[in-house]
Write a protein that binds this ligand. Structure first.
Ligand code: SF4
Length: 392
């Protein structure tokens, strides 16, 4: 085993004898070092050269300054939106390090606030769904409301119109009696669209005994709203509703009933996933598929057949001859099928561009994905400023 390794290393060394390397002008890296610096090379076993060389003096012996310079960053940095819908966005971020891409991903998942149901007041639940499970299901319903319009509510704060959103839900499956027994068709689904926004706050009385004692004073409820939320300009023509109205909360059988009130507050995904504004946010490095030699005729057809996502095409080069071309390298999933067996890795090179990220954001619906991205950038900026202030 050891012998084999030593032998293969010798073979590698013999492939590029140092005296055969072309002269490289001072101040530029040799092509193979430049490739290792800017690309992850995907071999048939595993990716190699995955590290980012960030040390400023890493190439000092070759007269190359590897310092990170602000003007270089300005020149190279780009964000290109590839696909944008109401809930999803795919875009390219070019000219950043993997650590920055990962910081943005983590901020999107865990540090951007949303409004989510936190307190559930159950007046009646005769369904088969236990109170705890029902509360958990309600908490996970995404709400279509801009969290930037609300304040965080601490434990000691009174729930008011600036920190709490109240909904009520009252669903009942009426008994339908058939001949002799109740009909099966009387079952109903309770859906998220049945959550009714209460812009004036809670309707549940805090203490019925006290309110009976003093009938002249206003009965106290679970919230202290000074004004109706629908009188605020942001909500007057834009009622607060769940993002999706067809989420099934529970199924009710004949005679079963659910009556409850829920209070949504502002929070972060790092406290509980229900506050995460994204269903998911992820990135991958831009794939680069390179043909190292011209692949012709049957071999070209074989290569096209190998790829499950149709990265390669056939080009007619006249006189009945064909050659393989790379036409959709962005779609490459790095399955490595095209470099398996028969020295295919001598013909095809699979790489990833180290500073080019294909980023995807799937919003849960509180904010559009492009707004989520800009908010994440602002949070990252704040964090950087705090670090700079602490260091200075
Ligand atoms: S790695 Fe897989 S997806 Fe990528 S080009 Fe090769 S066969 Fe196609």
């Amino acid at each position: 085993m050891v012998e084999k390794t030593e032998k293969s290393e010798t073979t590698k060394a013999e492939k590029i004898p140092v005296w055969d390397l072309p002269d490289v002008p001072k101040g530029r890296l040799p092509p193979h070092i430049q490739l290792q610096r800017t690309r992850v090379i995907c071999t048939s076993d595993a990716p190699i050269h995955t590290e980012n060389i960030s040390y400023s003096g890493a190439y000092a012996s070759m007269g190359v300054d590897n310092s990170l310079r602000l003007d270089d960053f300005h020149r190279n940095f780009r964000v290109e939106v590839i696909n944008l819908t109401e809930d999803d966005m795919e875009f390219d971020i070019i000219g950043i390090d993997a650590s920055i891409a990962n910081a943005l991903r983590r901020i999107l998942i865990a540090e951007l606030p949303t409004m989510a149901i936190e307190h559930v007041f159950i007046a009646n639940n005769t369904s088969v769904v236990q109170d705890e499970v029902l509360s958990h299901r309600l908490g996970l319903i995404p709400l279509k409301v801009d969290p930037r319009l609300f304040d965080y509510k601490s434990e000691n704060d009174e729930p008011n119109e600036k920190n709490t959103i109240v909904f009520k839900l009252h669903a009942r499956c009426e008994r339908i009696s058939g001949k002799g027994s109740e009909k099966e068709s009387s079952r109903i689904s309770v859906k998220s669209s049945e959550l009714v926004w209460l812009p004036n706050g809670s309707e549940f009385l805090l203490s019925t005994e006290n309110s009976n004692l003093d009938l002249t004073s206003k009965s106290k409820t679970y919230t202290s709203f000074n004004r109706s939320q629908d009188s605020l300009p942001e909500f007057s023509n834009n009622p607060i509703v769940p993002k999706h109205g067809n989420i099934v909360i529970a199924r009710l059988g004949s005679g079963q009933e659910i009556e409850l009130e829920v209070h949504a507050v502002k929070g972060l995904g790092k406290t509980h996933a229900k506050w995460s504004p994204v269903a998911t946010a992820w990135y991958r490095m831009l794939p680069e598929v390179v043909l190292l030699q011209e692949i012709r005729d049957e071999k070209a057809e074989e290569l096209v057949k190998k790829c499950p996502v149709k990265v390669f095409d056939i080009e007619d080069i006249g006189k009945g001859r064909k050659r393989a071309t790379v036409s959709r390298s962005r779609s490459c999933t790095l399955c490595r099928e095209c470099i398996r067996g028969d020295s295919w890795d001598q013909l095809v090179a699979l790489r990833r561009v180290k500073n080019h990220f294909i980023f995807t954001i799937e919003s849960t619906g509180a904010l559009p994905p492009e707004v989520l991205f800009t908010e994440a950038v602002k949070i990252l900026e704040d964090k950087c400023e705090r670090v700079i202030t602490d260091l200075s």
